[in-house]
Design a protein around this ligand. Structure first.
Ligand code: SF4
Length: 641
């Protein structure tokens, strides 16, 4: 039970080994401190994992958590989070998904689901208004993601005697075969990163379907509706969320990245790709786009629908275009659309699959591993992806990810990963703050968990990407703010709206130039707000999230508390990972990015990581070993580990 709006007030613990369903104690004090989503999951993992568990062990937990805004109609708010020990990185990790499962989990009366144990044989689970039914998954095991969802939907329709409205989360063959970067798919959206699909597979869990007729109450319906109206108008009028994302999707960033030397090319050997026009957002829109689409309750609708074999399917995001384009020297956009669809169907993360492939091409070229893969030779890659998902031939090895392969064959210096997770398509040697973020990100080489500083360093604003000055503090505060945004259930793309519109519309104006010059100098101010967030006991229209939590949930949120919540989330995730051996030594990047300048004539075009790391730990108030000490955790209200 809860006194807050937005929540259903129930967290369920599900033991697959015994099929026992029980309620997990989660109080309103926990809700105040952790809000929901990933922070809630990290706290649950912190309270239950000792450091001895393994990703594929029965003792590993999966936490599927929604936010209090999920299912309330707030803009772009129907996302859900899956957290677990990752088979790719060996530490806890999370993956965020925009499909409809989170929405329907709330309709079933549940805020979060904790899954432990292992089913004796392949199983799918039906959650109907809070009741659980276990079904034999023999007929769906082996099916691809859309086939599995269609089959489960039909089984439900047949058993209920009517068309059932539900949300389904499923794995594809990659998850069943324990590919370390297998994803979970809901609708056409993927919880792509960190191998959550393989954890499902290790538990013999093929799919979960949720349904119900319950709705969360809104704390102050009138003020909530008025605030949303203003917010949606703002989103629609902003140059990034109202124009660029709906018009070009994230793919629109490819051209800007090319100009700024940020586009991963030839396994990150370069930051510019000669054939970039062929795989740009503009080309995608002109040649492939059939229509826009979007997640539930999203006014941005950034999804590009394209046709593959005459079927309308979700098109590739920027990361996939970059990594399956220039990073493997491919100029064929048709093929990228096809692979993107095939990878989703197989249930496999496009970023890690593409990053591992680029490493394997270079390893072959350098004579380290004779695997037949070559840059620019891309006609047989559909077969390679299928082989990965079914662990056949070299696919069985590629299924392990670039870190493990480089430990076996050599080539660690050009295995573009951090903590075992392959980096996204943003080449960080021209955006060193993004490089720091990749290295220190709790879940590994993730652009978003790393603070996404590249938006400031060239993709929205134009802060000098080559200077380390101020980047550690900015990285910390961006991580905390993005963390806090996602805890409510909202899409991080809404945060583009925080970049003032004139910075995008008039980047060469005196005002924009001044802001860009001043931002790196804000480090000390940022650190003060981070140390004493109580001084930011106000709200600003440019940051609409605390208002939403006030009116919809009733949380009495302000900017200071909001940042503190994000900080708490980041620290509790770090603390649980410390149990699995994470420390400063794991916050690293491959030598290609730290030691080899992108431009041989400009020694500054590399990531000065060690220098920024030291400042980052100080800014976070962490020990020199890169971990929060007892005092720091106590300040955040987290019991020491
Ligand atoms: S911005 Fe795009 S990814 Fe985010 S919620 Fe909207 S449609 Fe989904």
């Amino acid at each position: 039970m809860t006194n807050y709006g937005g929540y259903m007030g129930r967290v369920v613990l599900l033991d697959l080994s015994t099929k026992k369903v029980s309620n997990y104690v989660w109080t309103d004090l926990d809700r105040e401190k952790y809000i929901g989503g990933k922070a809630m999951a990290s706290k649950i993992l912190y309270d239950n994992l000792t450091g001895k568990e393994s990703p594929f062990g029965e003792d590993n937990l999966i936490v599927i958590a929604t936010g209090p805004l999920t299912g309330t109609g707030a803009p772009s708010s129907n996302r859900f989070d899956i957290s677990s020990l990752s088979p790719l990185t060996g530490i806890t990790s999370s993956s965020n998904c925009g499909g409809n499962f989170g929405y329907y989990l709330k309709r079933a009366g549940i805020d979060a689901l904790i899954i432990k144990g292992k089913c004796g044989s392949p199983t799918w689970i039906e959650i109907d208004n809070g009741s659980f039914l276990f079904h034999d998954a023999a007929v769906v095991w082996g099916l691809k993601a859309s086939e599995s969802q269609a089959a489960v939907q039909k089984l439900l329709n047949d058993s209920h005697g009517k068309a059932v409205r539900c949300g389904i989360a499923t794995i594809g063959p990659a998850g069943e075969n324990l590919v370390r970067y297998a994803s979970v798919i809901s609708g056409e959206r993927a919880a792509g990163r960190a191998g959550m699909g393989a954890v499902f597979g290790s538990k013999n869990l093929k799919a979960i379907a949720a349904m119900g007729d319950q709705t969360p109450k809104i704390f102050d319906p009138e003020r909530s509706a008025a605030h949303r109206k203003k917010w949606v108008n703002y989103i629609r009028s902003h140059p990034l969320t109202g124009s660029q994302l709906p018009k070009l999707g994230t793919a629109g960033l490819v051209s800007t990245m090319q100009v700024r030397g940020l586009l991963s090319t030839r396994n990150y050997a370069k930051g510019q790709f000669e054939g970039f026009e062929a795989v740009s957002g503009e080309a995608l829109t002109e040649e492939q786009l059939v229509s826009n689409n979007g997640c539930l309750s999203c006014p941005i609708r950034c999804t590009r629908m394209v046709k593959v074999d005459g079927k309308k399917v979700k098109g590739p995001e920027l990361e996939t275009l970059g990594l399956l384009g220039g990073n493997i020297e491919n100029r064929d956009l048709d093929l990228i659309c096809r692979w993107n669809y095939e990878l989703d169907e197989l249930g496999m993360d496009t970023i890690s699959a593409a990053g591992t492939l680029a490493w394997a091409m270079e390893a072959n070229e350098k004579g380290l591993w004779d695997n037949g893969l070559r840059f620019g030779q891309v006609d047989k890659l559909s077969q390679v992806f299928d082989d990965i998902a079914h662990r056949r031939g070299i696919g069985n090895e590629l299924a392990e990810g670039s870190k493990r392969l480089s430990e076996k064959y050599g080539g660690a210096d050009f295995a573009i990963q951090s903590k075992g997770m392959e980096l996204a398509a943003y080449e960080p040697r021209r955006a060193v703050g993004q490089g720091l973020g990749y290295a220190v990100a709790n879940r590994g080489g993730c652009h978003l968990n790393g603070g996404y500083l590249v938006v400031l360093e060239g993709l929205g604003m134009n802060v000098n990407g080559q200077t380390p000055r101020g980047k550690a503090d900015l990285c910390m505060v961006m991580q905390d703010i993005m963390e806090a945004i996602s805890l409510g259930g909202q899409c991080l793309f809404t945060s583009y709206g925080i970049v003032p519109g004139f910075m995008v519309d008039k980047p060469n104006s005196l005002l924009a130039k001044t802001v860009n010059a001043v931002v790196p100098c804000l480090g000390p101010a940022v650190r003060v707000i981070n140390k004493v967030p109580e001084i930011a006991c106000f709200n600003l229209p440019l940051i609409p999230y605390p208002y939403e939590l006030n009116y919809t949930v009733g949380m009495k949120m302000n900017i200071g508390k909001f940042i503190r919540t994000g900080e708490r989330s980041y620290n509790v995730e770090r603390a649980v990972n410390a149990r699995f051996g994470v420390s400063a030594a794991n916050d690293k990047l491959p030598k290609r990015l730290t030691d080899v300048p992108q431009d041989p004539n400009n020694p500054k075009t590399r990531v000065p990581l060690e220098q920024m790391k030291r400042t980052y730990y100080r800014a976070r108030g962490w020990e020199k070993n890169g971990l929060p000490g007892e005092k720091k955790l106590r300040r955040l209200g987290i019991k020491s580990w």
